[in-house]
Design a protein around this ligand. Structure first.
Ligand code: SF4
Length: 350
């Protein structure tokens, strides 16, 4: 029996995509192994959102390519690279890599029985243009699966015995905005209406103990969505709502469509309707131009909200993004590290 090893870098979206890669290889009769040295094929599902994740992927490819196969008498496995690297750069001329495959090739669906929750991808890509983010370039415009497709996948997961599902997308709460042109106004801006509340309601009516979703963005968190969460108790009360920075100038430079106050108002509104809600978030420290005062605005948001978990990243410019092109990466790494520690102590170590 042929063997495959799958290495995943990056976010939950990539974890979900790797499940599909797994399913693809199962269908082809492969057995999955935990050690790449035993494998006939090694699939590397890459992430380029952060420099460190991209470097780790290249480092891993390098290790396999330079392994002394002749000495070990082991045949070199076929190395296949997929994920965001392929989406953003296409094929590269890298020694040792045998194939560069677009992730869509693997998009057959089968949840993994061993996992606690079925990961259901409801959309791919993103229509937002956060200035630091490579995702829109790597994954393209947002494309939502139809409501029927998602619900069929959920029903299949339930049939297989899953009691928990996680709905995944780069911006889940804009799900379905590519289906129609109805608009609504939120945070003072006109936006295309999302079908996410309707989808979530339909999922929540099913026989499931827990439904979570990642990632949401503040600008698409509608009143309708809050109502659905309030009504269905099987929707997870830990909401992930990235705010990235608490400083209005930095948020503007990041091209995030809200101010500090709008974010805090949204948190207040959600809390007033869902009494047992908790929050987690994403933060970037050391974005270009982040002064001490600007950083203190971020600290202030953390203190006011009392997040349960914060995923804190030190800014690193990604080639091909707007921020890398127009802003100088002017916050020294030492300062980024200090700010990272301050927030980590404040939120994650409390
Ligand atoms: S919402 Fe912003 S940060 Fe998130 S994937 Fe889209 S562009 Fe990137």
């Amino acid at each position: 029996m042929k063997k495959v090893f799958i290495k995943t870098f990056g976010c939950t979206q990539n974890v979900a995509d790797s499940e599909r890669i797994r399913a693809y290889y199962w269908e082809k009769g492969f057995k999955e192994v935990n050690n790449w040295q035993e494998a006939d094929e090694v699939v590397i599902n890459t992430c380029i959102v952060r420099e460190s994740a991209e470097n780790r992927a290249w480092g891993f490819i390098n290790v396999i390519s330079n392994f002394q196969f002749l000495i070990s008498k082991k045949k070199k496995p076929k190395i296949i690279v997929t994920g965001c690297v392929v989406g953003a750069y296409g094929k590269k001329d890298i020694k040792g890599v045998d194939d560069w495959v677009n992730i869509n090739k693997f998009l057959v669906w089968e949840p993994i029985r061993a996992a606690a929750a079925a990961l259901i991808s409801i959309s791919t890509g993103c229509n937002n243009m956060c200035s630091y983010c490579i995702v829109p370039k790597a994954r393209g415009k947002e494309v939502s699966k139809t409501l029927v497709t998602v619900l069929t996948e959920i029903d299949k997961a339930i049939e297989l015995g899953f009691k928990e599902v996680v709905l995944i997308g780069q911006n889940v709460n804009s799900y379905g905005s590519d289906f129609n042109t109805d608009s609504w106004v939120h945070m003072g801006k006109k936006r295309i209406k999302s079908r996410f509340p309707e989808l979530l309601k339909n999922v929540a009516k099913r026989n499931l103990n827990k439904i979570s979703f990642v990632s949401s963005n503040p600008w698409d968190f509608s009143d309708e969505l809050i109502e659905v969460i309030t009504k269905y108790k099987n929707i997870d009360r830990l909401l992930h709502l990235p705010f990235q920075s608490g400083n209005d100038e930095i948020l503007k430079k990041m091209n995030r469509a809200y101010t500090k106050q709008e974010y805090l108002d949204l948190i207040k509104k959600i809390r007033s309707q869902i009494s047992d809600v908790r929050f987690s978030t994403d933060i970037i420290v050391g974005f270009p131009g982040e002064s001490e005062k600007a950083f203190l605005d971020t600290v202030d948001v953390c203190k006011k909200v009392g997040f349960e978990i914060a995923y804190i990243n030190k800014y690193s410019p990604r080639t091909g993004t707007v921020s890398a092109k127009i802003y100088e990466n002017d916050v020294p790494m030492k300062v980024k590290k200090e700010r990272w520690v301050i927030l980590d102590n404040l939120v994650n170590k409390k």
